[in-house]
Design a protein around this ligand. Sequence first.
Ligand code: SAH
Length: 335
Amino acid sequence: MTTGKIMLVGLGPGSVEHMSGRARAAIAEADTIIGYVTYIRLVADLVEGKEVVKKSMTEELDRAIEALDRAKQGKKVALISSGDAGVYGMAGPTFEVLFQAGWTPPTGQPGDIEVEIIPGASALNTCAALVGAPLTHDFCAISLSDLLTPWPVIARRLNAVATADFVVALYNPKSGRRARQIVEAQRLFLAHRRPDTPVAIVKSAYRPKQRIEFTTLDKMTECDIGMLSTVLIGNSNTFVRDGLMVTPRGYANKYDVEAGTTRDGEKAGRSLSTGLDGWLETIRTSDETVEELARRHGLPADYIAAALADEDVENLTFHRGPGAANGREDAPTAV
Ligand code: SAH
């Protein structure tokens, strides 16, 4: 029996130019293409003569089961997703269906089914690219869809990232039937972030109906947000200038950006003076109690106590590399 294959193809945002070479090759290689009709249209030039199974949005498990059936017959099946197939896409449900059916990774036996995941640019990458550089510092993605996730789980995650000052990309922010989730998300964020925190709403990135809107956290719910929008909420340092949303990486902490010189007390290629070593030194020599330090730094008191108590810290943090023996400093890390 010939080996069947399931290819989970991420198409990127929805324009042919932003599709990867491997994604196009995988579709060209496939006997059967399964996917949502909009995405099949995108690759219309490649699907001629192939079996095409058009599915609606909500039939994800059916799509995976259908892919498995075809692969069992020795066919090559391309399951196509927008963005990346592993980001709120078909990759997860496909593996769930495969495992349920007793599938195991190929071992070279007849009847093996191969699985290949072809990465694509996800909405957070493409929407970020259209608005500037909003994700240059720590960020995360949260889907506001409660179709498969209980609201308290979503709300807890929103609350956690709002507190921790992440930049956040909200997927599935709103639909005809789910209009209140974005309002609740805003409420949770406003408890921790400034009302004028920059927000960008990107609709249909790299598609004919593309629309970009800049707003602020307190006003974002007044904007046009739909199923095809991704909402990017900045962190406390994010700014908008000349139509570009930028989250600083932190160069200004270390360098005088205009002059290009290193700030007093800082060294190129080394941790900041407020990095781990410097911070440990500060708390070690501080007059404050563990509780006061915990409050000041927004960290658990247990963690501060453990960091202070750890005798190995001295050895760990002031450890020098091989260069130290002959008086050289460790080589700075490349960025
Ligand atoms: N696998 C996809 C995400 C699927 S969930 C990916 O990696 O991008 C669907 C959500 O993705 C939408 O509700 C929207 O929030 C976002 N999205 C997908 N394509 C988009 C596009 N072209 N422009 C803006 N947002 C998009």
